[in-house]
Design a protein around this ligand. Structure first.
Ligand code: C2E
Ligand code: MG
Ligand code: MG
Ligand code: MG
Length: 290
């Protein structure tokens, strides 16, 4: 009997493994198709506001994947597969074109686009020729570089800060802005802030959430990080602001921009534009447009 049970168990296990493998393969095949054609790539935009004036200052582009049968998949559920399979490279290129195309479309529709931050995963960041490629795409879409920036997490930077600095400088010298994302979650080192050319620091939302505990150490850490970043001339962003109470608690800190569900959720491009983008004023530039 034991032998039989063992055999059954073995078979079940095999069947299960097979199901998982083929599921993963099917997902990867569908993702490859999206990476090649761009079909199914959906970008949502979440606004960032000036903490003191309440004015909109930018947006973050957040990708979703519209799967043919599974519906809308969030980035946490497919970016890791994209990254491990290498599909993140063609996918990321499609994505940058979608976002730049959107900025151009807003401009052409008579709206005043805000700067948009694009998330980069490690493989994208380290792909050789990144800045040159971005420069080409900006020219192709006829966009000013100041409308586009890049966010990366500390996992992009590990042990490679010299080389990372060169890539960041490449992006900055195009005129794009650079941001360190989810600061404080990885192997955070305050020395990154001195060594690496970032324009912006985004304090991870766990720090904002921890303020709710009201502990002295949470306040001390947030105070130190925002104080130093601000002193170094970085734009400081608080992400994940969900409640009016949290916003109130942020008051004593040197925070420039705020982002979170309280002020605005990520939304499809059309909704974002209707809600947040102002009509564009004519400028000398427009007048000289052919
Ligand atoms: P992230 O770059 O830190 O993006 C912020 C995430 O926090 C987004 O989740 C956003 O929807 C969510 N968020 C914003 N405000 C709040 C809030 O008040 N409360 C809470 N609880 N969450 C808030 P999302 O869209 O699921 O993205 C998750 C992560 O996936 C991103 O984290 C980013 O690391 C990655 N990701 C998103 N889009 C892209 C992309 O185009 N390329 C790459 N490589 N990664 C991306
Ligand atoms: Mg981000
Ligand atoms: Mg973030
Ligand atoms: Mg985050």
């Amino acid at each position: 009997r034991a032998k039989q049970e063992g055999r059954n168990t073995y078979r079940l296990y095999r069947a299960d493994m097979h199901a998982q493998d083929s599921q993963r393969l099917a997902l990867e095949t569908a993702l490859r198709n999206t990476a090649e054609t761009g079909d199914g790539l959906v970008v949502h935009y979440q606004p960032l506001f000036d903490r003191d004036s309440g004015q909109i200052r930018g947006a973050e582009a957040l990708v979703r994947w519209q799967h043919p049968t599974l519906g809308m998949i969030s980035p946490g559920d497919f970016i890791p597969l994209a990254e491990s399979s290498g599909l993140i490279l063609p996918l990321g290129e499609q994505l940058i074109d979608v976002i730049m195309g959107q900025l151009r479309a807003w401009h052409q529709a008579g709206l005043d686009p805000v700067p948009v931050a694009i998330n980069l995963s490690p493989r994208q960041f380290w792909q050789s020729g990144l800045a040159e490629w971005v420069g080409q795409r900006l020219a192709h879409h006829d966009l000013p570089a100041r409308l586009v920036g890049f966010e990366l997490t500390e996992s992009c930077l590990l042990d490679q800060s010299q080389a990372a600095a060169a890539i960041l400088r490449g992006l900055q010298s195009l005129g794009c802005f650079t941001a360190i994302d989810d600061f404080g979650t990885g192997y955070s080192s305050l020395s990154y802030l001195q060594d690496l050319p970032f324009n912006e620091l985004k304090v991870d939302r766990t720090f904002i959430r921890r303020l709710n505990d009201g502990t002295r150490s949470s306040r001390a850490i947030l105070g130190a990080v925002t104080g130093l970043a601000s002193e170094l001339g970085l734009t400081v962003v608080a992400e994940g602001v969900e409640t009016a109470e949290q916003l109130e608690r942020l008051k004593p800190y040197q925070i420039d921009l705020i982002q979170g569900f309280l002020m605005g959720r990520p939304s499809p491009a059309a909704t974002f534009a209707d809600t947040w983008l102002a009509p564009r004023r004519m400028t000398a530039d427009d007048a000289s447009d052919r």
